[in-house]
Structure formats: structure tokens, C-alpha cells
Design a protein around this ligand. Structure first.
Ligand SMILES: [Zn+2]
Length: 417
């Protein structure tokens, strides 16, 4: 398998089958021997850096006798335990296995960029809405390719972390024109549909042997990244809103707890003040020296109590004033949304552009129209009514009139219906 083909696999869904195919290729090109033993693969290193893939080489270097076992995930699942203990030098051979992920990541980083050619036939691509939703029948289609366009499809993964929610990953496939950096959403959709298929080899993709160096794509990557950011921004906005609400709830709770204690102390202060008044009256009405002394002792105890309450109250009140802005900053900071955007796969995609000539028939009339077309992308430009110039879409319901393809209202007017 040529290198570019191996690399292009990174853009595809990581199925077990694809993973094993990939690992087989890696091991075949490495200085290792592979023994298959009842589903497990025993990999034995034959040199110091047998594969050139860091995490794999270090696993082999760490292992006893330079030998690791890759155990299929199915075997672990069958044992019925969710958290099976792997033996020393044993690793799970599944797309989400820890070692496998490290290998894929490292290899993707250092590999040249995959290069594809769109292989879709013209009938694979749905007609544009204005045509598909109209009563017009398509009698034939032919494609006249004029030139090749090169686009770059980049799959971004945004990992979004907040305190109040689980970390989540948002996948954003972006396609841009390799020269202009213009976003090509239809090509991104094509790429998405191809990579989601279990067998994308079905003629939809031709892998071009010659690959492109990753450096050559720097400018396009940054254009693609800003497109990805704008696609993400409404999603992030709502996550930020939720996060801010969570922060506010926490702040209210914090302030609430302090306010409760302040209220409690104020009530106590009032209770002590009432008692002091009562003691003052007792002192005035005291019948003898003993009663006077008792009342005076009680009064000094109450005064002490009042002082304690007041100093706690004062401390709390000033602390609230002083600390709240700090607390608010701390809570909001903790609830901040952290986003890391990473390009996980980069694939150069070439596609042909040209004219699609479509034969149309409706209500006894037939016409042939020429539409700008891209293979894999479909009809690329908007089409307008030949009479009023309105842009045709699913709602305008195109018809064939004397002037050619027109909107429904232009046809009705003309025919008096
Ligand atoms: Zn019209």
C-alpha cells in the first residue's frame, strides 16, 4: 500500500477492520515479527527503533524481550468484565485502545497529507433543490469537465471543557479551495459522507499516489481554521451562556450563605440589646446590694457578648464587600469555557469542474440547460428565473416556460393561469 493511502485512512472512520489493515501495513514495513495467537498479536522487536513510531517503539523497548501483545477488544468484552486487567506488555487492539490512539496520533502528525480525487459519477449527486422539488423531469445529464480544482478537507476537533458540564468533542469538517481559501460546504458534506461510509473504495475516491507536504498547506489551514471557528461560535456561545448561568447560581449560593449568617447575627444582636435593657431596669429596681451586684455582672457579660457579635458582624460585612468581586472573578474564571481546536486529518481533494448539460422536460416542453458543476460538489452556482431573475429554490418551484426555466409565478402569468 503506498504511503499516501495509509495516510488517507486517518480521514476515515476508525473501524476495527481499518485499524487492523493499518496496523498490518505498519508492521509489514517495520523491523518486527508478528505472530498471531488465537486473536492476539504478538509483536517482537528486531531492532532499537523498529517502527519509527514513538509510542509503539517505546512500548516495545519497555517490554520484556522486546515483545508486546495486542489483544483484541472482543476478547476482553467476552470475558464479561468491563475493566479487565491487561497483563504486562499487553495492549488493547481497538480504535480506542490507549496505545493504538497514541500510534494513530503520532503517525498522523508525521505523515504526509493524503491526496484524493473525487470519483463520484454525475448521477451520484442529487440535483439542486430548485430542480428536485419541481415537476420538471430530467431526461439526461452530461458533464463536460474543463479544469481541475484543488481543495483541502480538514476535520477539526474542538474539545470543549467547562466545570459544570462533561468535556465534549465537536467535530467540524471544513473544505476550502486550496488557492483562495474560500469555504466549500458542499465539498465538506461530500467528504463527510465518503469518510462515514464503511467502504469508501466504491469508486467515490481515487487515492493519488503523490502526496502533498503538510507545510505547503499552512495558509489554507489557517483559513480553514477560521471557518471552523465561525461554524463553532454559535455552539460555543450557548455553552458559554450555560456556563455563566452555572457560575451565577454558585455565586448566589455563596452570597446566600453569607447573608444568612449576617441575618442570624443581627437577630442575636437585637436579642442581646433587649436583654441589656431588661438588666438595666433590674439594676434600677434592685432591692439590695446582692441583687445589684448580680445585675451588674449580668450586664457586663451581655456587653461582652454584644461586642463579640458586633465584631463578627462587622468582619462579615466588610469581608462580603471586599471579597465578593474577588469571589466573582474566581467563580467566573473557574466556569470559563476552554476550547482546544485541533486539525485531526488533512486531505487534499481534487475535483473536476465544468458544465453539466441537463435535458429537461415538463408539460410538453423540453429544454436543455447548462449549469456550472463540480464533481462531488454538484451544481455550484445559483440559478435564476429566465424571466424575472428571481433566484430559483425549492419554494419557487421551477417550470419550463417559453423563456426557458422560469419560476412558477412567471409561468402562470404568461399562460394566464
Ligand atoms: Zn420568474
Amino acid at each position: 500500500m503506498p504511503e499516501s493511502e495509509v495516510r488517507s485512512d486517518f480521514a476515515l472512520d476508525r473501524t476495527q477492520e481499518r485499524l487492523e489493515e493499518y496496523l498490518t501495513t505498519v508492521f509489514a514495513a517495520s523491523e518486527v515479527t508478528v505472530d498471531q495467537q488465537e486473536g492476539a498479536w504478538r509483536i517482537t522487536s528486531q531492532s532499537d527503533t523498529p517502527t519509527g513510531i514513538g509510542p509503539l517503539d517505546s512500548a516495545l523497548a519497555r517490554a520484556d524481550d522486546g515483545r508486546i501483545r495486542l489483544v483484541p477488544a472482543a476478547e476482553i468484552a467476552e470475558s464479561g468484565e468491563t475493566d479487565v486487567e491487561l497483563g504486562p506488555d499487553e495492549y488493547v487492539r481497538a480504535p480506542d485502545g490507549e496505545l493504538v490512539e497514541a500510534i494513530l496520533e503520532e503517525d498522523a502528525d508525521s505523515s504526509p497529507v493524503g491526496r484524493w480525487r473525487v470519483g463520484d459519477g454525475i448521477s451520484d449527486i442529487p440535483d439542486p433543490d430548485w430542480l428536485a422539488e419541481s415537476p420538471i423531469e430530467v431526461t439526461n445529464r452530461s458533464f463536460r469537465p474543463y479544469y481541475d480544482r484543488t481543495a483541502v478537507c480538514i476535520v477539526f476537533e474542538a474539545s470543549v471543557e467547562t466545570v459544570s458540564e462533561f468535556e465534549q468533542t465537536i467535530v467540524v469538517p471544513i473544505a476550502v479551495d486550496a488557492e483562495t481559501g474560500e469555504r466549500l460546504p458542499k465539498l465538506a458534506a461530500w467528504f463527510d459522507s465518503v469518510t462515514a461510509e464503511p467502504q469508501p473504495g466504491d469508486g467515490r475516491v481515487e487515492v493519488v499516489e503523490e502526496s502533498v507536504s503538510a507545510d505547503a498547506l499552512d495558509g489554507v489551514r489557517s483559513a480553514a481554521q477560521s471557518h471552523a471557528e465561525s461554524v463553532l461560535s454559535p455552539k460555543l456561545e450557548s455553552i458559554r451562556d450555560r456556563s455563566l448561568r452555572a457560575a451565577n447560581v454558585e455565586l448566589e449560593e455563596y452570597a446566600g450563605l453569607q447573608d444568612d449568617r449576617i441575618e442570624e447575627l443581627r437577630a442575636e444582636r437585637e436579642r442581646v440589646a433587649e436583654k441589656l435593657e431588661a438588666v438595666g431596669r433590674e439594676l434600677e429596681d434592685a432591692a439590695d446590694r446582692a441583687e445589684r451586684l448580680a445585675a451588674m455582672e449580668e450586664r457586663s457579660e451581655l456587653r461582652e457578648e454584644r461586642e463579640e457579635i458586633e465584631s463578627e458582624l462587622e468582619a462579615l460585612e466588610s469581608k462580603r464587600e471586599r471579597d465578593y468581586p474577588e469571589k466573582r472573578r474566581e467563580v467566573r474564571e473557574r466556569h470559563a469555557v476552554e476550547v482546544a481546536l485541533e486539525a485531526v486529518t488533512v486531505t487534499v481533494v481534487e475535483y473536476e469542474k465544468g458544465d453539466l448539460v441537463v435535458g429537461l422536460a415538463e408539460g410538453g416542453r423540453s429544454r436543455s440547460v447548462t449549469l456550472p458543476y463540480g464533481r462531488g460538489v454538484g451544481v455550484t452556482d445559483a440559478v435564476t428565473c429566465n424571466r424575472c431573475g428571481c433566484s430559483l429554490d425549492a419554494q419557487t418551484s421551477a417550470r419550463i416556460g417559453e423563456a426557458g426555466v422560469v419560476c412558477r409565478s412567471c409561468r402562470s402569468e404568461r399562460s394566464g393561469r
